[in-house]
Design a protein around this ligand. Structure first.
Ligand SMILES: C[S@@+](CC[C@H](N)C(=O)[O-])C[C@H]1O[C@@H](n2cnc3c(N)ncnc32)[C@H](O)[C@@H]1O
Length: 457
């Protein structure tokens, strides 16, 4: 029987930032996840939860044994350990990069080209900044006594942890969020309570571009207009404020901005301007943009380089978002078709490409459903799906187009592995695998893979 106390020597870190390792002197090979234990560290641990399905358990330290890891550093954020955000902040950056590399290497070990050694996984490209890099802050609104709290849910709970003072967002975002909390209290706005479904303000989003800030207040229906206007008046005095909008959300599913929700402009503009490849995009509160702008640009440039674009080449950008990749391909001379499911993003991308004189056609729809909408087979297809990777249909469509080159930009190493194995059966083998760190302090890792088609179309 598994004991409730044991000794653990951590060997790796899990996605929650817990050290993981086998229980010392245990015959059943149980792996234990321990908060605040880094690889290389040992501790006596009390077990809090044992998985009923596998030899896995979670526990907390009762006594440390031996030296701390030389890679242990002091986390920069005051909310570290409680907010659940950057769970690797107590690990030195070079060690984070090594752990991210291991994560990609472990996930891709079964890919034929990796297994037979014909391609190697490059070192992780470090982010230019490890703090202040996020251009978007997302806050859950809660209450502590008589005060409003802007923060995040503590892991596995509905308690809201104050995240003001976060060092990971651009400083102007934290500053505006701090002003906003004062303005919300001043207007007597009531924090929303998920359990009783009462109150007014649910979430706050603060986005930054070129020093300008756009704020979205996500509110329950029937929130008094007078209170919203009072907040807008107070916050519009901040010199960086470009606009403030209110978005109604009555959902129970955790969606922050429900799809199709419209934004009511309370101050200034309902969008800010993001520049990508020289095109000026109108970005609202909800459209997807990579949060680490400087590193995303590095990655986009590398994708274009790997695509070996020549003038007039036909390129497809599937899961295009606001066109971070497609606009750069078009700027390099490709004729681009960009496919994206978010209609607001497609509208903004169309206008920006047209005004910049770039050859980019944006299609609103499901990436798996654009069969027949292309007049020629593309020379290069770029896919950048959400973490779950490509659907069977999207993968089949790309294989049917049979482009000589596919570039796969992935934020999910495990789904990437599945898709690369499937694409190998359609004749595609990777010749470049390059991870990019876009989210220092977290286990997240972005991987750029170039695949070449063997044989002819
Ligand atoms: C990881 S983001 C990539 C965005 C863009 N390539 C970039 O670098 O900013 C994935 C995008 O896919 C979109 N998306 C999700 N499911 C989709 C689908 N089935 N068809 C088309 N687009 C989809 C999302 O709205 C999001 O903009």
């Amino acid at each position: 029987m598994s004991s409730t106390r044991c000794e653990v020597h951590a060997l790796a870190l899990d996605e929650a930032g817990h050290g993981t390792g086998p229980e010392a002197e245990s015959g059943d090979g149980r792996v234990v996840h321990v908060a605040d234990l880094l690889p290389g560290e040992r501790a006596e641990v009390a077990i809090d939860h044992q998985s009923p399905h596998k030899a896995e358990a979670w526990g907390h330290i009762t006594r440390r044994i031996g030296a701390l890891s030389p890679d242990r550093v002091t986390p920069v954020c005051p909310g570290f350990g409680r907010c659940g955000g950057c769970v690797w902040q107590h690990l030195a950056y070079p060690a984070q990069l090594a752990a991210k590399h291991r994560r990609v290497a472990d996930a891709l070990a079964r890919i034929p080209a990796v297994a037979d050694g014909s391609v190697t996984i490059a070192e992780v490209r470090p982010s230019p900044s490890v703090i202040g890099y996020r251009n978007k802050g997302k806050y859950v609104v809660g209450r502590s006594g008589d005060h409003v709290v802007l923060g995040a849910y503590a892991p596995r709970s509905h308690d809201v942890i104050d995240t003001l003072g976060c060092q990971v967002v651009a400083p102007v975002i934290d500053e505006v969020a701090t002003w906003l909390r004062g303005a919300v209290e001043g207007a007597g706005m009531l924090p929303y309570d998920e359990r009783t479904r009462t109150g007014e303000l649910r979430y706050v989003i603060v986005r930054e571009a070129a020093g300008d800030v756009l704020v979205a207040l996500v509110v329950a229906p029937r929130t008094p207009r007078a209170k919203l206007e009072q907040v807008a008046n107070a916050i519009s005095k901040h010199p960086a404020l470009r606009g403030l909008v209110a978005i109604e959300n009555d959902r129970r599913d955790g969606a922050i901005i429900p799809s199709g929700a419209s934004a009511q402009v309370l101050s200034g503009h309902g969008f800010m301007i993001e520049e990508l490849a020289g095109a000026r995009l109108e970005v609202g509160a909800g459209e997807f943009l990579q949060v680490n702008r400087a590193q995303a640009l590095e990655m986009y440039r590398r994708v274009v380089e790997l695509a070996e674009i020549r003038d007039g080449m036909a390129a497809v950008d599937l899961f295009a978002g606001l066109g971070g990749i497609g606009l750069h391909l078009a700027r390099a001379g490709a004729a681009v078709v960009a496919v994206e499911i978010d209609r607001d993003a497609v509208g903004a991308l169309r206008r920006a490409a047209r005004d910049a004189g770039l050859s980019l056609t944006a299609i609103a729809g499901d990436a798996a459903d654009v069969r027949g909408q292309l007049t020629t087979n593309p020379d290069v297809v770029v896919v950048n799906p959400p973490r779950k990777g490509l659907s069977d249909q999207a993968r089949a469509l790309v294989a049917e187009w049979a482009p000589p080159t596919i570039l796969y930009v992935s934020c999910g190493p495990e789904s990437l592995a599945r898709d690369l194995i499937a694409l190998a059966t359609r004749g595609y083998a990777p010749d470049v695998i390059e991870p990019f760190d876009l989210m220092p302090g977290t286990p997240q890792i972005e991987t750029v893979v170039r695949l070449r088609r063997r044989g002819r179309r």
